[in-house]
Design a protein around this ligand. Structure first.
Ligand SMILES: [Zn+2]
Length: 420
């Protein structure tokens, strides 16, 4: 019962199904608006349930709305091999972010049925609730609760901007399931996702073998100077909080660029994405500025070094400019390496199928990163046009979707049939 045969998924059916889901919440610009726990989300979920049942799987929903479609294996003692991603989108999202991983999993289930394959281990396809975080401000919500990172009750009380709580929004679309949301024992998890970055496309490769996710540290910063008259305050007397902030933004950028500036795969990331200026008047020297800083890097050691050096460097800039800085670290997560055996299965599948592949670290967060804390996990990336995502113009080629899905199929099959 070797799986090393030329078993192929159906690339045309895969693409047609991707386009079918792209209609649910489809936008005039060709993107998707399928925000979590809205009617569009419900319609996507209903279709997903029907498709999974038609493919011979049993669907159950947990109390966070995570959907699990299970296809039984031959050996009832084996733990399931999981695959999946998310069907929710950003307000101006694309057709493939998340949906590719779910629909590729559906294609795997359909192909197993067509090819009359019974795996040794059960296969479970997951649609995680609210990966995007755009409505309630908590990305990867469903997988975070499932893996024990966040408490369900607290998450369910989080409200959107209209004051609707997660628990109520989920109930309104009929997706508070009867199964408690908690991790169950699983043998492995594989998530296929578009890269959302430019590396694979630039290098002409079809498959990213994702070895893990990068470490992150986030700060909230507040610079205090003194409001004063723009026309009468000379250089020597200024305490310009915005100028300090600008110089710290330069430091953030320089810290990133110290990791390399000429290669597309240079690892440093450093960003100030939000800034508030007070009093924010055209002719008042700003007395207060609040902003956010975040650094990401595949290396825990490098993030530790930044955590050691950046606060003092930033404080020195503030002092030299006659202002003061309060810098509060608000979030820090270590790098999350994926499981070496699962990563190897992805690499072997890509090689066997003859796809050009490279090892890479995920720049973005994904459900698989949470799941990796409790289940052996790996991810597969496929290229996307211009590295663009969280955008209605997000685009991939049918052959790229097929390649990624074929690798997913192969890796899942190998894992589910492995000798114990
Ligand atoms: Zn995604």
């Amino acid at each position: 019962m070797s799986a090393r045969t030329n078993q192929r998924i159906d690339g045309t059916r895969l693409w047609d199904t991707l386009m079918e889901y792209g209609q649910i919440g489809g936008t005039p610009l060709g993107g998707v608006k399928r925000i979590t726990m809205t009617d569009e989300d419900r319609r996507g979920r209903d279709l997903f349930r029907a498709h999974c049942e038609a493919a011979g799987a049993t669907v159950r929903v947990d109390s966070m709305g995570n959907m699990f479609a299970r296809r039984e294996g031959r050996d009832p003692k084996r733990l399931p091999v999981m695959m999946g991603s998310h069907l929710d989108s950003q307000p101006t999202g694309g057709k493939f972010d998340g949906a590719l991983g779910v629909i590729a999993g559906l294609e795997v289930l359909r192909s197993l049925k067509d090819l009359n394959i019974t795996t040794e281990a059960p296969i479970v396809l997951v649609n995680w609730t609210d990966e995007e975080g755009c409505r309630f401000g908590r990305a990867m919500m469903g997988s975070a609760v499932w893996s024990g990172l966040h408490a369900e009750e607290a998450v369910k009380a989080i409200k959107d901007e209209e004051g609707i709580a997660v628990g109520d929004a989920l109930a309104a679309i009929g997706y508070v399931g009867s199964v408690p949301c908690e991790k169950f024992a699983a043998d492995a998890m594989f998530e296929l996702h578009i890269e959302q970055g430019p590396i694979l496309e630039a290098e002409g490769r079809q498959i990213g073998i994702v070895t893990g996710a990068q470490a992150q540290i986030w700060y909230e910063a507040e610079v205090t100077g003194q409001d004063s008259h723009a026309g009468t305050t000379p250089a020597v007397a200024r305490k310009d909080a915005l100028l300090t902030a600008a110089r710290i933004i330069e430091l953030v950028d320089a810290t990133m660029r110290a990791e390399g500036t000429d290669h597309i795969a240079d690892p440093g990331r450093g960003t100030v994405g939000r800034l508030s200026v007070y009093p924010n008047s055209p002719n008042v020297i700003p007395g207060k500025v609040r902003f956010n800083v975040e650094f990401r890097n595949p290396s825990d050691a490098r993030i530790a070094q930044i955590a050691e050096e950046f606060p003092a460097q930033a404080a020195a800039i503030a002092a030299a400019n006659h202002t003061t800085l309060t810098l509060i670290p608000v979030f820090r997560i270590p790098a999350q390496p994926f499981d070496a055996d699962c990563v190897a299965l992805v690499a072997e599948a890509a090689e066997k199928l003859g796809y050009a592949a490279r090892r890479m670290v995920s720049g973005a967060g994904h459900d698989a990163v949470h799941v990796a804390r409790v289940v052996p996990t790996a991810m597969i990336f496929t290229p996307c046009k211009d590295g663009l995502s969280h955008n209605e113009a997000e685009s991939i080629e049918p052959e790229e979707a097929e390649a990624g899905t074929q690798v997913l199929f192969e890796a899942v099959l190998q894992r589910a049939n492995r000798a114990l």
